[in-house]
Design a protein around this ligand. Structure first.
Ligand SMILES: NCCC[C@H](NC(=O)CCC(=O)O)C(=O)O
Ligand SMILES: NC(=O)OP(=O)(O)O
Length: 349
């Protein structure tokens, strides 16, 4: 694997899930792969989970890790070509990338959308410069339009929970139970019903990127689930990621019988109205996930990538309740990243 950006990069999802389970059973099984290899993590934006889980995954694989916070100690980097650099940015990304690449074997990049220029963001301009000028395998640690490590961790979490729910409810037939006992991964088709997964927009006080919902939609479209997206009018996600998914504008209707409720805020993706790109179109608090929303689900599990703002996205009782998966999701970030780094180490170095 040379890049990890879109769901296609990981190939067969059942194989990827099986590999995730294998690593979860023995996190240090592939420690030899990373010996004398160095991961460079570059952050243009803040992070808690990605910073720690990616570092942990690399250490599990025996790698050395260098972390660069571009905005805390490095020269401020210019990312656009053709500008006269007479402002506060002292170094151009086009020199910085090959320099940084000379010190490492794999590069992870966090670079959020600026939310002012849709074309620049959706072309993944910064990430693509790393791919083009580093000559090294590159993976997205949330970039302008995608957050695949999060979506993969979310898929792992859904798979684990769905398997448990089916086992508890005795929803598997005999053949599938036997398959479950002999294998780490059961295709969802073995269960009597596919899980209903609902991605719901929720209000926020700041304009946030579309990377998390884009990747979640892309991965759920590729997975064996019944996927529904709900949001106020104007928040339609880019068809490149969400194309084919069912959109239901009535949130309560969308949540009916849901097995998984994935809440997230995002700003206007500018699909129906390009001038609104990156803007907040709604702060409707009736979209906040509370116990009344969860009550219409099928004992649904609450999911969010974190960090989450309580009182806006979700109420305290829901996020703290027994049906909240936010901590297992975050824990599975170590696993999703381990699979990605393992594959990069195996195939490219
Ligand atoms: N990596 C997880 C989410 C990161 C980012 N959230 C944020 O910036 C929230 C910041 C705040 O709540 O102030 C996003 O939505 O893409
Ligand atoms: N979910 C996630 O990516 O968290 P961080 O932004 O803290 O890395």
């Amino acid at each position: 694997m040379r890049t990890f950006i879109n769901v296609e990069d990981i190939g067969d999802l059942n194989l990827a899930l099986a590999e995730a389970q294998e690593i979860k059973n023995d996190r240090f099984k592939y420690q030899h792969l990373g010996k004398n290899k160095t991961l460079l993590m570059i952050f243009f934006n803040n992070s808690l989970r990605t910073r720690l889980s990616t570092q942990k995954a690399a250490m599990n694989l025996g790698m050395n890790v260098i972390v660069l916070d571009v905005n805390a100690g490095a020269w401020k980097l210019e990312t656009e070509r053709g500008v006269i650099m007479d402002g506060d940015k002292s170094e151009h990304l086009l020199e910085a990338i090959p320099v940084m690449a000379s010190y490492c074997d794999i590069i992870g990049v966090r670079s959020f959308a600026g939310l002012t220029d849709r074309e620049y963001d959706y072309a993944e301009t910064v990430l693509n410069q790393f791919i083009r000028y580093s000559g090294k395998p590159v993976f997205a640690m949330e970039t302008a339009t995608v957050h695949p490590l999060q979506a993969f961790a979310d898929l792992i979490t859904i798979n684990e929970e769905w398997r448990m729910k089916n086992e508890e409810c005795g929803m598997m037939d005999e053949e599938s139970t036997a398959a479950a006992n002999s294998s780490s991964i059961i295709p969802h088709s073995s269960f009597k019903k596919r899980p209903k997964v609902v991605l719901t927009w929720a209000p926020h006080c700041r304009a946030l990127p579309q990377a998390v919902p884009n990747s979640f939609a892309q991965w759920m479209n590729a997975a064996d689930v019944d996927f529904v997206i709900t949001h106020p009018e104007g928040y339609e996600l880019d068809p490149k990621f969400a194309g084919g998914a069912r959109v239901e504008y009535n949130q309560m209707k969308a949540l009916e019988n849901a097995d998984f409720v994935y809440a997230k805020n995002w700003s206007c993706p500018g699909v129906t109205c390009p001038d609104d790109y990156g803007k907040i179109l709604s702060k409707d608090m009736s979209w906040t996930i509370d116990s009344a929303h969860m009550a219409v689900t099928d004992k649904g599990k609450f999911m969010h990538c974190l960090p989450v703002r309580r009182g806006l996205i979700v109420t305290d009782d829901v996020i703290e309740g027994p049906d909240s998966l936010v901590i297992p999701e975050a824990a599975n970030r170590e696993i999703s990243c381990s699979v990605v780094l393992k594959r990069m180490l195996e195939s490219n170095l």
